[in-house]
Design a protein around this ligand. Structure first.
Ligand code: ATP
Length: 148
């Protein structure tokens, strides 16, 4: 039993294939989707998408977007998304540091919201980048963190 998955951004198709289960960061909490799921349309938060297929697990950092679930297919239109092994960790660390410093300088409210978002995105990118495991190991879903 598997479900079709398509993950795209405005610029590119990131993933097209099947998964036994897909975990997504819904704005109301983590969603787990398998074949036969009831149809829904939801907004995605910043976080990670986990694709589990047999003993293979793939991690994708996602910076918001929308997901449409049908019983046979999950379609994600992401604002930005990267496979774990595409993430430039140094860039994400710089973005995190920049956001931390700006937040520490008591910015106006709108800037503050922007910086909190930048902090969350960069923190998730770093986390997802570190999820890469050597070939042959299967980290399993239990290790997917749900913290923000
Ligand atoms: P930065 O401040 O480092 O530019 P950002 O959070 O402003 O990061 P986004 O606007 O979310 O970046 O994304 C712009 C593009 O850059 C997207 O295509 C996104 O996938 C890509 N991107 C952002 N950060 C990284 C990263 N650390 N590694 C790889 N790609 C990244």
């Amino acid at each position: 039993m598997s479900i079709q998955v398509e993950i795209v951004t405005r610029d590119r198709a990131l993933f097209g294939g099947e998964a036994d289960i897909v975990l997504l960061p819904g704005v109301d909490g983590q969603m787990g989707v398998m074949e036969g799921h009831e149809p829904l349309l939801s907004t995605l938060d910043i976080g990670e998408i986990v694709l589990r297929n047999g003993d293979q697990t793939e991690y994708i950092a996602v910076s918001g977007g929308v997901v449409e679930v049908r019983p046979d297919k999950v379609t994600v239109l992401a604002e930005a998304a990267e496979h774990a092994d595409e993430i430039d960790i140094a860039r994400a660390e710089q973005a995190r540091e920049r956001a931390r410093q700006l937040l520490a300088s008591s910015p106006p409210a709108e800037r503050r919201i922007e910086m909190v978002e930048a902090l969350r995105k960069s923190t998730w990118r770093i986390r997802v980048a570190h999820r890469k495991r050597p070939p042959g190991s299967s980290p399993g879903l239990g290790q997917s963190s749900n913290s923000n």
